[in-house]
Write a protein that binds this ligand. Structure first.
Ligand SMILES: Nc1ncnc2c1ncn2[C@@H]1O[C@H](COP(=O)(O)OP(=O)(O)O)[C@@H](O)[C@H]1O
Ligand SMILES: [Mg+2]
Length: 283
């Protein structure tokens, strides 16, 4: 099969999946206004977005446009001032174990080992119905998936930033969430560590078939990981400007893609949006 045949098959498959399944997350005409000392600040307006099971969606846009605000709404960490968000047809009224969050600054508890940190989340979700041995197995499997089994007994201060972020991802996956929410999870890492974690995330997402929504400001990262890239306009009153569907076959190999004209085209489309259509004056 030639590569163009393959991408066509992939495309057919995706179209099929979308038309035959219901969205797992629905964002309906959502707006978010913050009360500040200077008065009301409209952060988001008219956000409408359906996310389908197994999809990897990235949110991209200039700093301060409202990416985290939107992700926090899906996480249920904040509630919208207008509109409604649904997960599995139920209104999102707060955080839930079916929506695990990975933050940029790995929020590991410093007094617990990597194992302990992941166990905390596992116990919260499965602790009441499963035996200790089963819980242990879950933690080991999650650490193994991100190649951190060897550091299970280490404390956060004993491991690198990239390793901490791996544990954060393991903790999120260990909860077997329906949807994984990530806010610039690799933002604080050096380029090489970031690249290897992107590849790892890609393979873990493929293995688990998880749905993911990820905030990034890195164009290459967005194209490499996404099924769809949601490009947001600048704030205040930011909204979705354009959505690009990335029909590159999976698994995606970053070295091969570096010479792939389709990769370059997607990249150019996002750059065009960010730096021509939504150019932001730097203060
Ligand atoms: N709790 C809050 N109160 C007031 N303003 C906020 C609050 N949270 C975010 N904002 C404002 O909303 C806008 C979007 O913020 P944010 O979602 O963090 O942007 P991004 O993640 O895209 O960088 C910014 O102008 C920010 O200052
Ligand atoms: Mg942010």
């Amino acid at each position: 099969m030639s590569s163009s045949d393959m991408s066509q098959t992939n495309l057919d498959h995706q179209t099929e999946v979308k038309s035959s399944t219901k969205p797992i997350v629905k964002v309906e005409q959502v707006g978010q206004t913050f009360k500040t000392r200077q008065g009301n600040f409209v952060a988001l307006r008219d956000i409408a977005l359906d996310i389908y099971p197994g999809e990897v969606v990235t949110l991209i846009g200039h700093s301060g446009c409202g990416k985290s605000t939107l992700l926090n709404l899906i996480a249920g960490l904040t509630l919208p001032t207008s509109g409604v968000l649904l997960c599995d047809n139920r209104e999102i009224a707060g955080p839930g174990p079916e929506r695990a969050v990975v933050f940029q600054n790995h929020s590991l508890l410093p007094w617990m080992t990597c194992f302990g940190n992941v166990m905390l989340a596992v116990e919260r979700v499965f602790g009441r119905k499963e035996r200790k041995s089963k819980l242990d197995a879950r933690v080991h499997a999650a650490l193994d998936m991100v190649h951190m089994a060897h550091a299970a007994e280490k404390y956060p201060h004993e491991i690198s930033g990239g390793m901490k972020q791996r544990v954060g991802i393991a903790r999120a996956f260990a909860m077997e969430p329906r949807i994984l929410l990530m806010d610039e999870p690799f933002g604080a890492l050096d380029a090489l560590t970031r690249a290897s974690l992107q590849d790892e995330l890609n393979s873990v997402l493929a293995k688990t078939g998880a749905t993911a929504v990820m905030v990034t400001h890195d164009v290459d990262e967005a194209v490499l990981l996404s099924d769809r890239i949601v490009m947001m306009t600048n704030g205040p009153a930011a909204t979705i400007g354009e959505i690009v569907t990335v029909d590159l076959p999976r698994p995606r190999d970053r070295v091969e893609l570096a010479n792939d004209s389709r990769f370059a085209e997607y990249r150019a489309t996002v750059f065009e949006f960010l730096y021509r259509k939504q150019l932001k004056k730097v203060a």
